[in-house]
Design a binder for this molecule. Structure first.
Ligand code: AMP
Length: 294
C-alpha cells in the first residue's frame, strides 16, 4: 500500500460495464467515497482518508433519485461537475464513477433494500418516507459494482452511517464501513452541498443549528443529564432563529433509540428548515467521565 502516492491520471467512468472492468484491473485495496457531488471539505476529508488507507481511491458522484421524496430538491440539487473533477484530481483520486440514473436503475429495475428497526424508521426515516430505502439500495448497488474493501461516510449524516453499517453487517457485505467526523465552516455551520441554497440572512439563521449543539454540549459538561431539558433548550434556540424544526432528538449513539437520561454516549440530532432549505446536524454528547478516558 502506498497511501501518499499521487496518481498522474484520474479516470472518469460513466457505465457499470466500464466500472466493473476498472475494478477488476485495480491494484491493491480499493476505497469508495459515495457522494452526490458539489464537493466541499467534508467530502474531501473522506477522500483524503481513503487516499491514506487504500491503493485505489474511487469516488462516486451520483444524485440518487430514489432517496428524494416527492416535492424535495432532486430537480434543483446543485451540481458543478467541472469543479468536482478538478478537486478530486488534486486529491489524487484514481477513479470517478459518475453514472447517469439509467445505469444504476435500468428501466425494469424493481428490487429494493430496506433496513428496518429504529435505526431507519425514526428521524429522517419518519420525515422522509422512502429515503433510507433509496439510500440502502444505491449503496448496495455501488458496493456490488465497485466492490470496495473500505467505504467512507461522514458523521454529518449520522443516521445514514448507522443504516449503512447495519445493512453491511446484516447482509455480510465484505466492506469495511468507516465513519468520519463532521467538517464545519469556521463559524460552526456544518458543511453541506445544500448550504449553496442559503441567502445571506438564511445562512446566519442556519447557525442556530450548530449553536444549539454547542449549547447542549456545554450543558452536559455542566452536569445536565435530563434529555427532555436538552431537547427543549435546543428547540428554543432553533425557534428563536425562526427556523422550522422537523425534529430534535437525543438518542443512544449506537441504536438511535430515544433517551430520557443521558447515561451513555448520546447523539443530539437536529433537522430544521431554513426558508426552503432543509438542514441536518448532530453532535455526540459525551459524559465527562467518558471524555477523560484515553
Ligand atoms: P452527500 O454528497 O451530501 O451525499 O455526502 C456524501 C458523503 O459526504 C456522506 O457520507 C456525507 O455524510 C459526507 N459529508 C457531507 N457533508 C459532510 C461534512 N460536513 N463533514 C463530513 N462528511 C460530510
Amino acid at each position: 500500500m502506498s497511501g501518499a502516492r499521487r496518481p498522474t491520471h484520474m479516470r472518469t467512468i460513466t457505465t457499470v460495464a466500464e466500472m466493473t472492468t476498472a475494478r477488476d484491473a485495480a491494484a491493491g485495496t480499493v476505497g469508495l467515497v459515495p457522494t452526490m457531488g458539489l464537493l466541499h471539505e467534508g467530502h474531501l476529508s473522506l477522500v483524503r482518508r481513503a487516499r491514506a488507507g487504500c491503493d485505489t481511491v474511487t469516488v462516486s458522484i451520483f444524485v440518487n433519485p430514489t432517496q428524494f421524496g416527492p416535492g424535495e430538491d432532486l430537480d434543483r440539487y446543485p451540481r458543478d461537475e467541472k469543479r468536482d473533477l478538478a478537486l478530486l484530481r488534486d486529491e489524487g483520486t484514481n477513479l470517478v464513477f459518475m453514472p447517469p440514473p439509467e445505469e444504476i436503475y435500468p428501466p425494469d429495475f424493481d428490487d429494493w433494500v430496506e433496513v428496518g428497526g429504529p435505526i431507519a424508521e425514526r428521524l429522517e426515516g419518519e420525515h422522509r418516507p422512502g429515503h433510507f430505502r433509496g439510500v440502502a439500495t444505491v449503496v448496495a448497488r455501488l458496493f456490488r459494482i465497485v466492490r470496495p474493501d473500505r467505504a467512507y461516510f461522514g458523521e454529518k449524516d449520522a443516521q445514514q452511517l448507522r443504516v449503512i453499517s447495519r445493512l453491511t453487517a446484516d447482509l455480510g457485505l465484505p466492506v469495511e464501513v468507516i465513519g468520519l467526523p463532521i467538517v464545519r465552516e469556521p463559524d460552526g455551520l456544518a458543511m453541506s452541498s445544500r448550504n449553496a441554497y442559503l441567502s445571506t440572512d438564511e445562512r446566519s439563521r442556519a447557525l442556530s443549528l450548530s449553536r444549539a449543539l454547542a449549547e447542549a454540549e456545554q450543558s452536559v459538561r455542566e452536569g445536565e443529564r435530563d434529555a427532555s431539558r436538552i431537547r427543549a433548550a435546543a428547540r428554543r434556540t432553533l425557534d428563536a432563529a425562526g427556523v422550522g424544526v422537523d425534529y430534535v432528538s437525543v438518542a443512544d449513539e449506537k441504536t438511535l433509540a430515544e433517551l430520557e437520561t443521558i447515561d451513555r454516549p448520546a447523539l443530539l440530532l437536529l433537522a430544521a428548515r431554513v426558508g426552503a432549505t432543509r438542514l441536518i446536524d448532530n453532535t455526540l454528547l459525551r459524559l465527562p467521565r467518558i471524555a477523560r478516558s484515553p
